[in-house]
Design a protein around this ligand. Structure first.
Ligand code: GLU
Length: 417
């Protein structure tokens, strides 16, 4: 099967396990094991030296039952059809859990954005939009930033789509700059959502947040905001890492200083206010709160038994493998905030952005934050309650709620024709 990569198989297996607990219509579940639509395109791009390189691009719509497809676009050297399809499925469960009127989708281009010039990135992005134009639209599929993409990439997407359809269509994409009708608060939304979940989790386990020690893997748009917000709440950020490795300082690190360093040097490498540490060592450091905020499959059978945190806040998508998860389930004393709950702040505020663009009516930053807190905290407590009532772990409870929401809509609508 075209989609069969380890990551995709893992997500199908997860769906099967959860579906068995839900006792849901098996035909609906069968349908949800595969994406509704997957588009593969090739993207010829003029490079700065005049040569042409052809990149592979994907857009996968797992389910469009609840509304337009929603999900990020990632630029990364490891992007492939199976991974993008798995991430699209995860978006379905995430939108279901948050009760957003969106289906799940994801896109990706296999490239290393760090090696491309700004002009090359722009030409590649615009040509990608042209290649997938038939399957996107404000009521079909709405992209957003993900690993390796940012506000500028979203601006190019919006502009290219608008030029092609002949009118400005701000609602084609979320995570745009505020100046072109993005929403206030989208850039910080995923990180803030993570922190709201951590606050609730800390209350659950009586952990005084002001004294907590924190380890963060990944210092991009999500990790850096989590670091800043937790630091502001008095937590001690004892270690952070990016792809170039990590830095540890038991006295605490200053997130603003690290951010400045990364802005200047593009990577953490060479930052000297602490000791060098590998990504592997970082994940198993003793700490109160561990935040994997990079990419998938970081917590596996290799290190799950060695984690030494009280709260595991999954800010990345699918940072824990199924084997890693099995080990975590057998362990006491780790409060897990699963990815589809923990990092949903991004897509929640994307929903607000889409609503504002469709209505041409824009909210204040306070309103965005108030509504974000409302939705994510409500979902957090639903998950905690189901987990208690059904004696299931937090991940199982979150997936049960997300999958059930999507499956119910499919079931009620019925099969066409
Ligand atoms: N890429 C983010 C995610 O994985 C955001 C998606 C969106 O805002 O549509 O949830």
């Amino acid at each position: 099967m075209e989609f069969d990569t380890p990551m995709f198989k893992m997500c199908v297996k997860q769906l099967e396990t959860i579906a068995a607990k839900l006792e849901f219509d098996p035909q609906v579940i069968e349908r949800l094991k595969l994406p509704k639509r997957a588009v593969i395109v090739t993207i010829p791009t003029r490079m700065d030296d005049g040569s042409v390189r052809v990149f592979a691009g994907y857009r996968v719509q797992h389910s469009l039952t609840a509304g337009p497809g929603k999900g990020g676009l990632r630029y990364h050297p490891d992007v492939n059809l199976g991974e993008v399809s798995a991430l699209a499925m995860i978006m379905s469960w995430k939108c279901g859990l948050m009760d957003l009127p969106f289906g799940g989708a994801k896109g990706g281009v296999r490239c290393n954005p760090k090696e491309l010039s700004i002009g090359e990135l722009e030409r590649m992005t615009r040509r990608f939009v042209q290649e997938i134009i038939l399957v996107i639209g404000p009521h079909i599929d709405v992209m957003a930033p993900d690993v390796g993409t940012n506000e500028q990439v979203m601006a190019w997407i919006m502009d290219t789509y608008s030029m092609i359809v002949g009118h400005t269509a701000t609602e084609i994409v979320t995570g745009k700059p505020v100046a072109i009708r993005g929403t206030r608060g989208r850039r910080e939304a995923t990180g803030r959502g993570v922190v709201y979940c951590i606050e609730e989790a800390a209350k659950e386990i009586n952990l005084p947040l002001g004294k907590a020690s924190v380890v963060i893997q990944g210092f991009g748009n999500v990790g850096s905001v989590v670091a800043k917000e937790l630091h502001r709440r008095g937590c001690k950020i004892i270690a952070v890492a990016d792809t170039s490795g990590g830095i540890y300082n038991a006295q605490g690190l200053d997130p603003a200083d690290i951010k400045n360093y990364i802005m200047e040097h593009s990577l953490l490498e060479g930052y000297s206010n602490g000791d060098e540490i590998s990504n592997e060592e970082l994940l198993t450091l003793p700490c109160d709160i561990l935040v994997p905020a990079a990419i998938e499959l970081q917590i596996t059978e290799r290190n799950a038994a060695k984690l030494q945190c009280k709260i595991l806040a999954e800010a990345a998508n699918h940072p824990t493998s199924l084997e890693g998860d099995k080990i975590l389930k057998q362990r006491d004393g780790i409060f897990l905030i699963p990815d589809i709950l923990c990092n949903a702040g991004g897509v929640i505020v994307s929903y607000f952005e889409w609503v504002q663009d469709v209505q041409r009516y824009f909210w204040t930053a306070e309103e965005v934050d108030r509504q974000l807190q409302l939705i994510i905290k409500r979902a957090f407590h639903h998950v905690v309650k189901l987990s208690r009532d059904r004696k299931e772990d937090m991940r199982t409870a979150a997936l049960m709620l997300g999958i059930e929401r999507v499956a119910t809509e499919k079931h009620i609508r019925g099969l066409y024709p």
